[in-house]
Design a protein around this ligand. Structure first.
Ligand SMILES: [Zn+2]
Ligand SMILES: [Zn+2]
Ligand SMILES: [Zn+2]
Ligand SMILES: [Zn+2]
Ligand SMILES: [Zn+2]
Ligand SMILES: [Zn+2]
Ligand SMILES: [Zn+2]
Length: 1754
């Protein structure tokens, strides 16, 4: 048992180390029976090296294997030291020009959309960058692993097959040259024999199936008694199941179990127990028992350790072979020969065959090793690639069947190599011709789908789970079919023709099994009980779509093939539907004197199927006959006479009628499955081989029929024949008045039928149907998509059908029809339709869905109105039909059609209730329009002497015939034009009448004299005038109405404002308060503004009124009134950190008194600036909390905010907040006493303060010894000389109201709690420190943002920032009033002591380790606690000023000490000025104090420059700080951008602009201070180079730099392997944008424990890098990830855009992506502004599903 717990490393057997490779090889060279000799060696040594314990030791094993096992092989092969032998071979080699780089998982691959023969042809990054394709249109993807670079493969590329690197090798190499000529004879012979033995050994042992017995020649005498319990991978059980089971079965920890499971998943197997047979067997039975309940059990074997050892070496050996053949193409060829040589057992006995045929029995790891070997050997050798292809094809059926029954993913099956073989055009053609590959693939596929119905059709409905599983897997065969067909032949041999047609036969068999599958019957009465299975059939159809198209493409390439295929297809269709008239009495239909016979069939009563692939294939071929003109060239070869048009149209027509009836609501009881089927039937993924082909089939059939006959059959199928054939069809209502539903239904059916007629005549954009080319077709699609609305590139691509190469062809035409509009900072680039293309818009475009159609109609009408045109949307002018389809136009002028038109118009004229619909009329108008356009075209293009037979205008001018004698169509239109209920269609009717007249004119001018023209024109003219007047009148009415409404509106608005006065004032009030401080410059315009000190500019008191957003009550901000608060969010921050590895280690002990200048962890406060009453907020917060707790109990859901941590959303803007800041007046004014006396200078002041501190310390000491205090108190007090006017017993009264005091404590505690991550404790002495720190840190971070963006310090700051800083500063200044006076005094003393030496503190940091701004804020804000007991007359302002000067001096020294170490060689430009001399003098003093360790610098100019630059951030922060503290407005000069800010800042801060003069003025004290600062031991260490220090100015932190081209990121990530699981590629490599670390996210391997919870690598990283907040880039997904804490996160749009201005989250489209700097800047700004958490909050509020994501596992 012990061995299982502690991994002991067995000592290395000495005999192994002594084994000499050279000697062994020498022995082998002498041997007569090499095989026996080698086997004995292996039998002896392999078990000594591998599998010596429960856990593998890969490094040791590899080392020994190389030494003992592989070394001899290499010696033998080279015949000398391989260190010399292999380089020799390498040199002699003429390397191949194939790249062949095998892709790692996640590696970027590139495919050229212009030159790749098919999309599977890819390049590695290196080859791509060196190829011509980098300037072409390319696509980038990440490899799923497997597959290799096709660089150098001339068959893969139409152009530029070589990159620069591989081109070099092609110059002299002859393709046919035998690589063996470059090898010495003896090497060939030895290689041959050693390869043969070793390859054989590896195959034998890997395919060995016995569990405890070795092959005879590997058995040894002494055999250990150790076994492994080996667990194998399957795709059925989940990670969790395996982990759980293992913990039970082998008694391991969860960590170990995770380790086992990870390895099993990766390698396919892992031993989980080691020991004797019994021991392992026991574990096995537990595992099997535990996993066999629902599914088949996990596969477990108990294997003898020596078998596992040999197998492990077998794998090693295969990799070794793969690397050895890399030295020479000759060696590679020998290996190929060895592998493909037929063994003793004949057929299928070669080593390669044996491996392939055992593929599904091998575990994952073994498979991938030998697949890789195949790729680097067989597939890299042009000669053997062919031979291997033949072997692969011969075994195809077996391999695929193995794959289908196996459960591993396709990428782990040898069957997956098909993509490498079949996509090579020459191989594919050879395999088709010689191995009949097409037929084999299709037959294999069909064999796996044996379950059929009585008619032999597929029947997916009754599939068992197993059959469904097989069906899913067998679909990959369709992919193989696609590979084979993807490159089309340029030349046809007879053999290819014959075998292709044989394959075509098989394919027809397949389609025949689909023709009519999944038939449905309309459900009447009851709703269906169970939704029938429909997806399988559609999956099949969808997968086959491209194959069907490609079959047609192949046929189109050869006339003979096309003719044969056409015949075959027709024959099969006849077989399918031959008997469709059987058994039925034909019925006769007749209208308008035409009659036709047909069958009695009702879609609504009998079976109907949506699957008609055979008909549709025939339709496709028929179009090809027309397109290629074969139909006219060889009519005698075609079975045109056998075509029966009624049979051709019957089934497609039924299918279309089904759709119409579904729309009419007749199939509601058939459930959603039918709705889905109809959806996919029209969907862009399927329509090309479904709906589109049905239309073509109808066009085909109708073009061969009398249109009257067709229309009657159609009426009958639509079940509308009765309506239109009855003599007074107009009265249909009376008889059916009781069935309103039926009337409605019929209306819809009539509409649908008219739509179908429009499509049959109007859809001529398929090449072969109309006289168009492919470009016209795609243009038209795009025009219609963009007619709906402007679209982004990806949106447009999605709406267009893709071909098998994933191309839509859109790029080539888009420029012609659309303008591109670039994207802004958000959103996408958009294509907009060019205005001139609008005339090609067809309202009845057949690919519009109902919704799209109405959107497009609306958009187009709106456009017309904007252009002040009439709003008619007449049919566009169409291209002519191809001759084969030309007769279709006659539908429009056929008698039955005219009858239908007349009937509908008649209904409209009579206008009786619901018997007709406007859509119906609209369609009839459209049809009339089409007919007119047609006639016009005919007239315009008519040749001399020809008679135009299209005479629609004449026909509609004639009145109807007896018996009803209805008026002519024209007359009815004229009537309708003035019908008030047809306002919308008026423009269209007018357009028709106008066109009618134009045609009439054309006819007359071409024939005889103009007769009645004038009259017509007049009527038209007059009607137009009348119409104009009418419009004017209407416009006037509309204007009046509008005015009236406006008046009403403004009245209402006034009323509303009266009622909601507060609300409006509040918004105004807020604005005023925001600008108050900045904008009161007029009153002080000519005074020099000073923010501090005795000379501080006096600001008149301002009263500030604010309104509570909750109760809308207004209130003045006053010391004694109720508290007003701002919603605020406090968070820890590392945004300014210069040392990310440092964090707060132990929050309980952490002392925040001094901030280190690396700013490693600060506390940031932000606010949305919304103001509430403290009590209103309290009420709101309590209710939120109560509500959330109830909700969480009920729903167990996270929310976007964490109530338990005090989080809430601002009630107005929903901004995430976790506390509130009280709103205060400038607090200094309250405590500033009048100053009577002269104010002390710095030296005096320091002395006074030191005395006061001293006194306090003595007092404190006494208080801390209470037992003796009472007796000795007075005595000590005597000894203590109290400085004059200092009254330590005085305790000032807190001026604030209770409510404000409470809020001071609330916010203080919140900052303390969040900043230190501790439990709230309002009495902790660190509370005031945290408040001051947060104030300082927030100011620093805002100063950074302003500087980085080159914005002026006091420029227009966003209100919320301004409000936040003001309240934060004033709060921090007032907080001491609620803290213990002695505590604050204590802080002050210690802070003060860090600058003015005092013996009583031993642990103070040196000045290099203090952030001076934090120190300044601390000192200034703590000072009142001391000052309030000082009645000597020194003003608070004097104190501020001296503190500020003192800290500034310390900062200057700090800068000089740290930034002068590196002198740059810049020369002085101007003669030395006052400042420069002064700074030189100061520097000299420093050198003296430091003992001259400081480098000598000659240039004062340089020193002064670095002081000025270094101190700027400090001065700016100080200016902000004092500005908000005192309320003194900033001088106008620093409110705008400019360069002379330094002087103005100095003035404002009451500093001399020669800063060094501070030292000179106070020379007395200066010397002492400098000495004490410089002689600190840490400073010395620094100057001696023993430690680092921060230098100034600190550079701003930015997010890491990102590369311009996204693929270099992918490449970087693909080289990244999981840091925890030994070189394994990470599945979700994720880049920290803050520090650039790559992490292995979202996986078990890298989970760590954080605060007792397992978290993913990203979450763990945020805690060390961003104190809980993180910004990441998920490289594989191209997605930005924001994380905050463990439960919050969201995805954010990445800063990478393609050329169309779109992001590609998930990298699905693969367009090249480039960095968008502006968007990246935006992310950076979010980070710098500490808005990441807020952004997450908004995202989660907007999208609740984000709340449920387990962000902590990422
Ligand atoms: Zn390459
Ligand atoms: Zn290359
Ligand atoms: Zn290219
Ligand atoms: Zn209120
Ligand atoms: Zn707010
Ligand atoms: Zn990081
Ligand atoms: Zn990992």
């Amino acid at each position: 048992m012990a061995s299982e717990l502690e991994p002991e490393v067995p000592a290395i057997d000495q005999s192994l180390l002594e084994c000499s490779a050279e000697e062994t090889a020498g022995k082998w060279l002498q041997s007569t029976d090499l095989t026996r000799e080698v086997y004995q060696h292996l039998a002896h040594y392999v078990p000594k090296i591998y599998c010596r314990g429960p856990n593998p030791f890969p490094q040791k094993e590899d080392m020994l294997a190389q030494h003992v096992l592989l070394g001899p092989l290499e010696w033998y092969l080279c015949g000398e030291d391989p260190a010399f032998g292999f380089p020799k071979l390498e040199q002699a080699n003429k390397p191949s020009h194939l790249c062949g780089r095998v892709f790692k998982v996640g590696e970027p691959t590139y495919s050229c959309r212009d030159c790749a023969v098919d999309p599977t042809c890819v390049l590695c990054m290196e080859c791509f960058l060196g190829s011509i394709h980098r300037d072409h249109r390319y696509r980038m993807t990440t490899s799923g692993g497997g597959g290799f670079c096709d660089c150098g493969d001339t068959e893969a590329w139409k152009e530029g097959p070589y990159c620069e690197k591989h081109e070099l090798n092609t110059s002299e190499t002859e393709e046919e040259e035998d690589p063996l000529v470059h090898l010495p004879e003896d090497v060939i012979a030895r290689t041959y024999s050693i390869f043969a033995i070793m390859f054989h050994y590896a195959v034998e042992i890997l395919t060995w199936e016995k569990e405890s017995e070795l092959p005879a020649d590997l058995e040894t005498v002494e055999k250990s008694d150790t076994y492994y319990c080996m667990l194998f991978n399957d795709e059925v059980h989940t990670y969790e199941q395996v982990i759980y089971t293992l913990q039970k079965a082998v008694n391991c920890t969860q960590k170990e179990a995770i380790g086992f499971a990870t390895t099993v998943d990766r390698d396919g197997r892992r031993s989980v127990r080691y020991g004797d047979f019994q021991y392992c067997e026991q574990a096995k039975s537990v595992i099997v028992r535990n996993t066999s309940r629902q599914t088949k059990p996990l596969k477990v074997q108990v294997m003898h350790s020596s078998i596992v050892a040999h197998q492990n070496f077998g794998l090693k050996l295969l990799s070794w072979l793969g690397s050895i053949i890399g030295y020479s193409d000759g060696l590679r060829r020998i290996l190929c020969q060895v592998g493909l040589q037929e063994g003793p057992d004949g057929e299928n006995s070669s080593l390669v065959d044996r491996l392939m045929l055992n593929d599904s029995k091998l575990w994952k790891g073994a498979r991938s090793v030998y697949h890789q070997l195949f790729m680097s050997s067989l597939l890299m050798d042009l000669k053997y690639k062919k031979l291997f292809a033949v072997r692969f094809a011969k075994n195809y059926e077996r391999l695929q069947s193995d794959y289908v029954t196996d459960d591993h993913d396709r990428e782990f099956s040898v069957a997956d190599l098909s993509v490498q073989i079949f996509t090579v055009p020459s191989l594919a053609r050879m395999l088709i011709t010689e191995e009949n590959l097409l037929t084999i693939i299709i037959k294999t596929f069909m064999d796996h789908l044996r379950h059929r119905d009585a008619q032999g059709r597929f029947q997916f409905e009754r599939y068992t789970a197993l059959q469904a599983f097989k069906f899913r897997r067998v679909q990959s065969l369709i992919l193989d079919l696609k590979y084979v067909l993807i490159s089309k032949p340029t030349e046809w041999s007879d053999g290819l023709r014959q075998k292709f047609l044989e394959g075509f036969d098989a394919f027809l068999e397949l389609l025949k099994c689909m023709q009519g599958m999944d038939p449905i019957t309309r459900q009447v009465g009851q709703h269906i009980e169970m939704e029938p299975e429909w997806e399988a059939a559609f999956t099949l159809q969808m997968k086959l779509t491209h194959v069907i198209s490609m079959m047609q493409d192949w046929c189109a390439l050869d006339e003979k093939v096309l003719i044969e295929a056409y015949k075959k297809c027709l024959a099969v269709l006849t077989q399918c539907h031959g008997g469709f008239t059987d058994g039925e009495q034909p019925i006769t239909l007749s209208i308008c004197g035409h009659s036709v016979e047909t069958i009695r069939y009702c879609v609504s009563q009998e079976k109907v199927s949506i699957h008609l692939p055979v008909s549709r294939l025939l339709a496709g071929l028929h179009v090809l006959l027309s397109k290629s003109e074969v139909a006219y060239k060889f009519p005698e070869l075609l079975p045109l006479s056998e075509l029966s048009p009624p049979m051709l149209i019957e089934h497609p027509l039924r299918c279309l009628v089904l759709c119409a009836q579904v729309h009419a609501g007749m199939w509601r009881r058939n459930g959603f499955s039918l709705v889905n089927q109809i959806y996919y039937y029209h969907n862009v993924k399927c329509r090309r081989e479904m709906f589109d082909k049905d239309i073509i089939m109808l066009q085909t059939g109708v073009s061969m029929m009398d249109p009257n006959h067709f229309l009657m059959i159609m009426l009958s199928r639509f079940e509308l024949y009765q309506i239109f054939s009855a003599p007074d069809c107009g009265k249909r209502l009376s008889s059916e008045i009781t069935h309103k539903d039926v009337v409605q239904q019929n209306n819809t059916l009539i509409e649908e039928m008219l739509y179908l007629i429009i499509m049959l005549v109007g859809e001529r954009f398929t090449p072969g149907v109309g006289q168009v080319n492919a470009t016209d077709e795609i243009k038209r699609e795009i025009i219609h998509q963009l007619s709906i609305k402007p679209m982004a590139h990806s949106e447009l691509v999605k709406s267009l059908p893709e071909d098998e190469n994933k191309e839509t062809g859109m790029e080539s035409v888009i420029e012609a029809v659309a303008h591109f509009k670039k994207p802004g900072l958000t959103g996408k680039g958009m294509y907009e339709l060019k205005p001139e293309c609008a005339k090609e818009f067809n309202l009845y475009f057949y690919h519009f869905s109902r919704a799209e159609q109405s959107k497009a109609e609306e958009a187009q009408r709106k456009l017309k109105r904007q252009n002040r045109e009439d709003t008619a949307l007449p049919p566009p002018i169409l291209p002519p039909f191809c001759p084969l389809f030309a007769s279709l136009v006659n539908i429009l002028q056929s008698d039955v059609m005219l009858c239908i038109m007349r009937t509908v118009l008649q209904w409209a004229v009579e206008h009786t209730g619901c018997a007709w619909s406007e859509s119906m009329l609209q369609r009839v108008l459209h049809l009339i329009g089409m007919a007119l356009q047609e006639e016009k075209q005919h007239l315009e293009n008519v040749m001399e002497e020809h008679v135009v037979t299209f005479t629609f205008t004449q026909k509609i001018s004639k009145p109807g015939e007896a018996p009803n004698n209805s008026p002519s169509i024209l007359a009815m239109l004229e009537t309708l034009q003035n019908a008030p209920y047809l306002e919308v269609h008026k423009d269209m009717i007018r357009w028709i009448l106008k066109t009618f007249n134009a045609i009439k004119k054309m006819r007359e001018s071409s024939s005889t004299s103009p007769v009645a023209e004038t009259e017509e024109t007049i009527t038209e003219e007059s009607s137009r005038d009348k119409d104009k007047a009418e419009r004017k009148r209407k416009a006037e009415i509309a204007r009046l109405r509008r005015e009236k409404v406006m008046a009403q509106m403004s009245e209402m608005q006034r009323h509303f404002i009266d009622e909601n006065k507060e609300l409006f004032q509040q918004t105004l009030g807020l604005e005023a308060s925001n600008s108050a401080v900045l904008d009161n410059s007029p009153m002080v315009s000519d005074v020099t503004l000073t923010a501090l000190g005795p000379a501080q500019t006096q600001v008149p008191k301002q009263r500030q009124f604010v309104t509570c957003i909750l109760c809308q009550e207004e209130q003045e901000v006053k010391v004694e009134s109720k508290a007003m608060v701002l919603a605020a969010f406090v968070q820890r921050s590392t945004v300014l950190s210069k040392n990310r590895s440092k964090g707060i280690q132990d929050p309980e002990k952490h002392d925040p008194l001094f901030m280190h200048p690396d700013l490693s962890c600060g506390t940031h406060t932000g606010s949305c600036g919304h103001i509430m009453h403290a009590h209103c907020w309290q009420r709101y917060f309590d209710s939120v909390q109560a509500k959330e707790q109830r909700r969480q109990q009920r729903l167990r859901l996270h929310t976007s905010y964490d109530v338990e941590n005090g989080e809430f959303l601002c009630p107005l803007c929903e901004c995430l907040s976790n506390t509130v800041i009280p709103l205060l007046l400038p607090p200094r004014n309250i405590f500033n006493k009048l100053n009577f006396s002269d104010q002390p200078n710095l030296t005096q002041w320091i002395r006074t303060i030191s005395q006061q501190i001293n006194a306090l310390q003595i007092l404190r000491k006494e208080e801390s010894i209470p037992n003796i205090a009472s007796s000795k108190n007075s005595k000590n007090m005597d000894k203590l000389q109290l400085p004059e006017g200092f009254r330590p017993d005085f305790h000032p009264k807190n001026p604030y109201s209770d409510s404000i005091k409470e809020m001071l404590t609330t916010f203080g505690t919140a900052v303390y709690k969040v900043g230190l991550k501790v439990h709230p404790n309002e009495e902790d002495p660190r509370v005031p420190l945290m408040c001051w720190g947060s104030c300082a840190y927030t100011i620093q971070s805002i100063e950074r943002i302003l500087s980085d963006e080159d914005k002026p310090l006091f420029g227009p700051l966003p209100c919320r920032l301004d409000d936040c800083l003001r309240s934060l500063t004033r709060f921090a200044a007032a907080h001491w009033t609620v803290a213990l006076l002695s505590v604050v005094q204590g802080h002050f003393c210690k802070l003060f002591a860090s600058l003015v030496p005092d013996d009583s503190y031993g642990d103070l940091p040196c000045i290099l380790d203090i952030d001076m701004f934090h120190l300044l804020v601390g000192l200034v804000l703590a000072f009142p606690a001391l000052h309030c007991q000082d009645f000597s007359g020194i003003s608070l302002g004097t104190g501020d000023l001296h503190i500020f000067h003192l800290v500034t001096m310390a900062h200057i020294v700090q800068i000089l000490l740290t930034s002068c170490t590196e002198a740059n060689g810049m020369d002085q430009e101007t003669p030395a000025g006052e400042e420069e001399l002064a700074v030189l003098a100061l520097y000299k003093t420093l050198r003296q104090c430091t003992g001259s360790v400081l480098k000598e610098l000659p240039s004062g100019w340089h020193l002064w420059r670095s002081v000025r630059a270094g101190i700027m951030p400090f001065l700016k922060c100080s200016a902000l700080f004092f500005h908000y503290l005192s309320g003194v407005p900033a001088p106008p000069e620093i409110q705008v951008a400019g360069t002379r800010h330094f002087e103005h800042l100095c003035n404002y801060l009451s500093l001399p602009s020669n800063l060094i003069s501070l030292f000179q003025e106070n020379s007395e004290i200066t010397k002492v201070l400098i000495e004490s600062w410089c002689q600190n031991s840490e400073v010395k260490r620094y100057l001696n180079g023993e430690r680092d220090a921060i230098s100034y100015p600190r550079e701003s932190n930015k997010l890491i730099g990102l590369p311009e081209d996204y693929s270099s990121l992918i490449n970087q990530a693909s080289n990244f392997s999981c840091p925890k699981s030994g070189g394994d590629k990470s599945r979700a490599p994720t880049l920290c944008l803050v520090c650039g670390t790559l992490l292995c996210s979202q996986s078990y391997c890298c989970q760590t424990e954080l605060e007792g919870e397992d978290v993913g690598a990203c979450t763990a990283h945020t805690y060390s890098c961003g104190s809980g907040v993180g910004i990441f880039l998920r490289v594989r997904e191209c997605q930005v990830l924001f994380l905050a804490g463990k439960t919050k996160g969201c995805f954010y749009s990445p800063p990478y855009l393609d050329d169309y201005g779109e992001t590609d989250q998930g990298l699905r489209r693969g367009n090249p992506l480039h960095l968008c700097k502006e968007r990246f800047k935006k992310i950076q700004r979010l980070w710098q502004q500490h808005s990441v958490t807020e952004e997450i909050g908004h995202a989660q509020e907007a999208n609740q599903t984000l709340v449920g994501v387990d962000w902590q596992h990422l």
